[in-house]
Design a protein around this ligand. Structure first.
Ligand SMILES: Nc1ncnc2c1ncn2[C@@H]1O[C@H](COP(=O)(O)OP(=O)(O)OP(=O)(O)O)[C@@H](O)[C@H]1O
Ligand SMILES: Cc1ncc(COP(=O)(O)O)c(N)n1
Length: 266
């Protein structure tokens, strides 16, 4: 029986716009049951990241064990993983427990510029986590880091998606939020045989803190509820479009998106 149990393995954002907090709000809005494994505590608001406290690996491990022992997730999402050690322990547990629907959001740098993944951990992410991914959701700078290639054209994005698929990710979404000046930010989704595009309408706003986390969490909630990867990406695109279109206008920097806009259909 599908009950919609969704797990996020990510960092805590004290400001509530990204990370664990964005993920749990998104799960709730889409009718999934949310669970969390915290990898790091960030002291953060809409102006930026002030401090990062990584959680010792044994505590990451014991959170994962507690969930497997009793609550088995139906889909999981990874976000900020910070270090090689945390990536290894997370990947080992996912493989050992046979958790199957895995959304990997390869979070690297916060909007304000802080490193949320150590430089040396990019290779570990590629080696250990990418092969476990049902869907990986890099933005353009993250796709460049993962492929080692500059991405300018549409063809570059398609090639990047195919390359990441060849490394083991079953599905790849290259997000288009960073395509400056383009009216319809297109997210490309490659499922191993076809390239699909999901178009949005660009909103000129600073209120985009946590867009990537929210988008990936919406995919995860949908997978936990039994939707296909295609349906999950389609709904996630509508969810993030609504969340960006109805900003809360709080904080003095990059404000959070509006997680309840989609369900309330505002
Ligand atoms: N200004 C915008 N207007 C409409 N859609 C947007 C805008 N910015 C981002 N998006 C959409 O939001 C989703 C997240 O994309 P984005 O490329 O911003 O991810 P990201 O950089 O990982 O986000 P973040 O780092 O803030 O978590 C994508 O579906 C993208 O197309
Ligand atoms: C804990 C955590 N996880 C992810 C992000 C990325 O979000 P953004 O790029 O919008 O700052 C973040 N800022 N904090």
């Amino acid at each position: 029986m599908i009950t919609g149990k969704a797990l996020t393995i990510a960092g805590s954002d004290s400001g509530g716009g990204a990370g664990i907090q964005a993920d749990l709000k998104t799960f709730q809005e889409l009718g999934a049951y949310g669970m969390s494994v915290i990898t790091a505590i960030t002291s953060q608001n809409t102006l930026g990241v002030k401090d990062i406290h990584p959680i010792p690996v044994e505590h990451v491990s014991s959170q994962l064990e507690a969930i497997e022992e009793d609550l088995r997730p139906e889909a999981i999402k990874t976000g900020m993983l910070f270090s090689v050690e945390i990536i290894e322990v997370v990947a080992n547990h996912i493989a050992r427990y046979g958790w199957e629907k895995v959304v990997v959001d390869p979070v690297m740098i916060a909007k304000g510029g802080a490193d949320l993944l150590k430089k040396e951990a990019v290779q570990a992410l590629k080696k250990h986590l990418l092969p476990l991914a049902t869907i990986i959701t890099p933005n353009i700078p993250e796709a460049q880091e993962l492929t080692g290639k500059e991405i300018v054209s549409r063809t570059d994005r398609e090639e990047a998606a195919k390359y990441l698929h060849s490394l083991g990710a079953k599905g790849v979404v290259i997000k288009g939020g960073h395509l400056e000046g383009i009216e319809e930010p297109v997210d490309l989704y490659y499922d191993g045989s076809s390239m699909h595009e999901f178009k949005g309408k660009r909103i000129e706003t600073k209120q985009t803190h946590g867009t990537g986390c929210t988008f990936a969490a919406a995919i995860t909630a949908q997978l936990a509820l039994g939707r296909s990867p295609f349906e999950a990406v389609e709904t996630a695109k509508a969810f993030i479009q609504a969340a960006i279109s109805h900003p809360l206008n709080i904080g003095n920097g990059h404000g959070p998106t509006n997680h309840w806009a989609y369900r309330r259909n505002v």
